[in-house]
Design a protein around this ligand. Structure first.
Ligand SMILES: Nc1ncnc2c1ncn2[C@@H]1O[C@H](COP(=O)(O)OP(=O)(O)OP(=O)(O)O)[C@@H](O)[C@H]1O
Ligand SMILES: [Mg+2]
Length: 675
């Protein structure tokens, strides 16, 4: 309230600190504070892992899981115990990301258990239960994500998204804790566990913070110990693991000179046998150094990791720094919503085309269980789709689909199919849709084209040109359709490598990241970040419409003071420092708006493409009375200087602050969720 009042009364504060030759004022909505430049770079020493266990959670769009490792025995990574269920025709190592809440909003179940229970509910009763699946996508697609953002359950009821995520994380927490405790000889305290949650590298700051808040809500860690939780980037985690790979742990899709694409043997996992064997064991051993795959590597060689998941395809470009084996990011993370669910959506669109969109929507709403059945059937078939396949893929339509259609439309499913002129989909008398090879191609093609196009575009960037390896990871990388398409497009440009157990590379890498988060030593900024400031107005340089006269002085307003630029390399531990001074005596809070942009050619916060994306809050403690203090805020020597230190080289942006005079640390927080 008080600040609001001040804001109206005194839009621009008068406090100016002539610290540097060109005085700069900070432009804030709430209170105005002075700022002067001081930017320094320092590199943090490597820290030994102070935790005894690392538990990583891969929270996927379609499937999720966890893995852990004891720091005493960090070369062994243990995969989660399968706690229930499975699907016919689908070998899953993670659990489906499905959550079921009771009609009174309590947690009921997660994973196969949630899906199967929901499926078996009486349709009347099911309408009261809240079933969520594929809900991770919403976090990326929501542009104004906040703590209040809601998710819609299948029955249409809405719940705060943060609650949904917290329920799921709580479930993982309980399972992981139990399993870790079972395997540990000593008594484990909660604070001995470091948690890692993976998110797509293309997620923006609000989404990463959202995941963190959900983890706090779930009780994974306390907000007082933020460093106990790490947010890992999915392709980055995969890359950390890939650098450990040995030759027998990969499939190489590269095409050698003279080789053509007529044979399909390279696709479809020649080493199925190996996969089956390794799936029996839930413990994986990793190399202590860099794997032998890299023996032919030369200093400076670059590689791309493409995480082809259910929701997103996420790419990262790395270089291994020898001899330490640390990683350097060479180009900002890129990717998009081209995950394998694109194929599922194409199938749904095809059903709409045949049976009518209104019918499909009604069917989904009225017969949710049958819809789940249909999607399970499709999932199994989708996984067997391969480019060289001659015969059609059969997908059985649930009886209730056939029956519902007849009652709703007064005609048979078969008639609908005939009328739709869909020659590539046939009807089998055994109640099955027969998708021809052509139909399957059509379902996969848009998604696969997007992926290949994206990788090609990335490879054309100067920083990326000449990469030696392309690693395909994530569940979708198991698809022979995708493998073949990537091989065809890029098999002669670089070596295409698919690690065994591709679906688990992210989890394994996330555990390695938790054991040593300093392994990625340099990252690229995904965006330009800065704050709005006022500078001395210079005629001829600044436009007149930015002129602001205050107390006889001329200021240029709206200038963006850049902290970091898009695609800038930032080393771990490198910091950006700015000092701020409260404009008024007794001011207890400084709130600073952060702006971001996808480009770097910006001067003013009012330039096109610049958005306010978050705030930094500095909570000022009661100032210690300086000996014999007199005078107000402008009294030079007594002016408080709050030094804010911001880090952009981690997976999340961090801020800390100190009150310089008393050398006390100041509560500093950065918030991207309240816009
Ligand atoms: N053989 C296969 N053919 C086609 N698609 C496959 C195959 N195996 C797995 N998939 C697809 O891969 C996806 C699962 O991959 P993964 O577990 O890496 O995704 P996720 O982690 O849930 O998603 P994201 O990382 O995007 O949040 C599913 O959509 C699944 O249908
Ligand atoms: Mg994933």
């Amino acid at each position: 309230k008080k600040c609001d009042h001040d804001k109206k009364k005194n839009n621009i504060s008068m406090a100016i600190l002539y610290h540097s030759s060109s005085p700069t004022l900070l432009l804030t909505d709430l209170c105005l504070s002075v700022l002067f430049y001081s930017q320094r770079v320092e590199v943090r020493p490597r820290m030994a892992c102070p935790f005894s266990v690392v538990v990583a959670i891969d929270f996927g769009t379609t499937s999720s899981g966890y893995a852990f490792s004891f720091t005493q025995d960090s070369e062994a990574i243990h995969m989660m115990k399968r706690w229930e269920g499975g699907d016919p025709g689908v070998a899953n190592q993670k659990s489906p990301t499905c959550l079921l809440l009771t009609p009174d909003l309590r947690f009921h179940s997660f994973g196969f258990a949630a899906r199967d229970f929901y499926h078996d509910l009486d349709p009347e009763e099911a309408r009261h239960w809240l079933y969520f699946d594929k809900f991770k996508m919403k976090i990326h697609s929501t542009s104004d994500l906040t703590m209040e953002t809601e998710l819609e359950a299948v029955n249409g009821r809405r719940v705060r998204a943060i609650e949904v995520f917290a329920h799921a994380l709580r479930f993982f927490r309980e399972h992981a804790l139990k399993e870790v405790k079972d395997q540990s000889s000593s008594v484990l305290e909660g604070e001995e566990i470091r948690w890692v949650i993976t998110v797509p590298a293309v997620w923006r700051q609000p989404a990463k913070q959202f995941m963190r808040e959900a983890a706090y809500l779930a009780g994974l860690v306390s907000p007082d110990c933020p460093e106990q939780l790490l947010i890992a980037l999915e392709p980055e985690a995969a890359s950390i693991y890939c650098r450990k790979l040995r030759l027998h742990q990969v499939i190489d899709l590269s095409l050698t000179e003279g080789e053509d694409l007529t044979s399909d043997t390279v696709c479809g996992f020649a080493s199925d046998d190996f996969l089956r064997r390794s799936r029996h064991s839930r413990t994986f051993l990793v190399e202590s150094g860099t794997g032998e795959l890299w023996s032919e590597l030369q200093t400076g060689d670059r590689y791309i990791v493409a995480d082809c998941g259910g929701g997103t395809v996420d790419l990262t470009v790395h270089q291994i720094e020898q001899p330490q084996g640390t990683l350097k990011e060479l180009y900002k993370a890129s990717g998009g919503p081209y995950g394998a669910v694109g194929v599922d959506l194409a199938f749904e669109a095809m059903l709409c085309q045949i049976f009518g969109e209104d019918f499909i929507q009604t069917f989904k709403a009225k017969r949710p269980a049958a819809w789940v059945d249909l999607t399970i059937a499709f999932e199994a078939r989708k996984r067997t789709a391969a480019p060289g396949r001659a015969n059609a893929l059969n997908i059985s339509l649930p009886f209730s689909f056939i029956d519902f259609y007849k009652r709703h439309k007064g005609q048979s499913v078969e008639a609908a199919l005939r009328r739709s002129n869909m020659n590539i989909v046939k009807w089998s008398s055994q109640g099955m849709l027969r998708l021809t090879q052509e139909a399957m191609n059509e379902l996969f093609q848009p998604t696969i084209t997007n992926i290949v196009k994206h990788i090609e575009e990335l490879m054309a960037k100067p920083e990326v040109r000449g990469v030696r390896f392309l690693f395909l990871v994530g569940g979708f990388a198991e698809s022979p359709m995708l493998q073949k398409a990537v091989q065809k497009a890029l098999g002669r440009t670089c070596r295409i490598i698919i690690p065994h157990d591709v679906g688990l590379t992210i989890l394994k890498g996330a555990v390695l990241f938790g054991l040593d988060p300093t392994v990625v030593r340099v990252r690229r900024c995904p965006l330009t970040y800065g704050v709005g400031v006022l500078n001395r107005f210079i005629d001829g340089r600044h436009p007149r419409d930015k002129l602001l006269i205050k107390d006889g002085r001329e200021w240029c307003t709206d200038i963006l003071d850049r902290f970091v630029c898009v695609d800038q390399s930032v080393a771990l531990g490198e910091v950006v420092r700015r000092s701020y001074t409260p404009a008024r005596m007794g001011q207890r809070k400084i709130i600073i708006n952060i702006y971001c942009s996808t480009t770097d050619d910006i001067t003013y916060i009012s330039d096109p493409g610049v958005r306010k994306c978050g705030t930094i809050t500095l909570d000022l403690p009661e100032p210690l009375p300086p000996p014999g203090a007199v005078g107000g805020a402008g009294a030079g020597a007594e002016r408080r200087e709050i030094r804010a230190t911001m880090q952009f080289g981690d997976t999340e942006i961090k801020v800390t602050a100190v009150d310089v005079m008393s050398n006390r640390s100041v509560r500093a927080s950065i918030d991207f969720l309240s816009n």
